[in-house]
Design a binder for this molecule. Structure first.
Ligand code: PMP
Length: 284
């Protein structure tokens, strides 16, 4: 079924939508993006996605081509026009078209593209059974806190994980796990403490990470925000990933080592339930 997508404020059939071959998103990955979950036709954690979008735009000195109200309206319009009940909305803002030059154009005309992806987010096989991950080197640049469309390194890494029989990879730098290829990484120790890496330019500041941290604190769970090694992860009682596209998804094998009894653990299951319920409640 053909989708209606948004290009610079125009709503077009996906087959008709066009962007310039000179667009700097295409030539330099000079673009930032956000992926927002949709549940019950409503936007999950949307104010936080807008705030991070501004953080990414500011970091790249990229002017926003639309106001927050307009960006929100685009998301709502895409939900309505595509009758989206559950799935994702992808938003990309690039520095726009300019003759190819490493220097930024002096008068940028940023382009905005947005589209929907309908897919189940709550009832998924990954949530029911958990996923297996392998640890692989982190090949990315130093500013992973900026959500740019430079996704070739995580894409290659995910491919390598799949080819080795795993579902995904956790990336490792200087002996410590940074994050998943498109998710934040978490472990639960046998003593119940929940560990996830602290915020820095080494990782994306996940919106789901921050919402799940709030849920965990609210539930009285003990959290440590610090780096952990692949070895500590393999010895954990539970492990999981968080992302707008995955919510809280259990990890049941790391580098071939079974985590816990090989099924989603109780802390992970509880956090997923709390996060999904809270997201449905707060979605706009
Ligand atoms: N880390 C990376 C590298 C990601 O690509 C993503 C998802 N885009 C995340 C973490 C999770 O972020 P969020 O919860 O905002 O989707």
């Amino acid at each position: 079924m053909s989708r209606i997508v948004c290009v610079n404020g125009e709503y077009l059939d996906e087959a008709e939508a066009r962007i310039s071959v000179f667009d700097r998103g295409f030539l330099f990955a000079d673009a930032v993006y956000e992926v927002t979950a949709v549940l019950d036709g409503r936007l999950v954690d949307f104010p936080a996605h807008l705030a991070r979008l501004h953080r990414s735009l500011d970091a790249l000195r990229l002017p926003a081509p639309a106001t927050d109200e307009e960006i929100t309206a685009i998301h709502r319009e895409l939900v309505a026009r595509n009758a989206l009940v559950e799935g994702l909305i992808y938003l990309q803002i690039s520095r726009g078209a300019a003759d190819r030059d490493f220097l930024f154009p002096s008068e940028p005309r940023p382009s905005l593209v947005a589209f929907t992806q309908a897919r189940p987010l709550v009832e998924t096989e990954a949530a029911r059974k958990g996923i297996g991950i392998v640890t692989l080197p982190d090949l990315r640049w130093a500013r992973r806190d900026i959500k740019t469309v430079q996704l070739l390194a995580p894409s290659l890494t995910r491919m390598q994980a799949r080819e080795s029989g795993a579902d995904d990879a956790w990336m490792v730098e200087h002996g410590f796990v940074t994050e998943g290829t498109s998710s934040n990484a978490w472990i639960v120790r046998a003593d119940g403490r929940i560990i996830t890496r602290d915020l820095s330019p080494s990782i994306l500041h996940g919106i789901t990470r921050s919402a799940v941290l709030a849920c965990a604190r609210e539930a009285g769970l003990t959290i440590e925000e610090r780096p952990f090694t692949p070895e500590e992860a393999r010895e954990a009682a539970e492990a999981f990933v968080t992302a707008a596209s995955a919510f809280v998804t259990p990890v049941v094998a790391i580098d071939g080592t079974v985590i816990g009894d090989g099924t989603p653990g109780p802390v992970t299951t509880r956090l997923r339930e709390i996060y999904v319920a809270e997201s449905r409640r707060r979605a706009i």
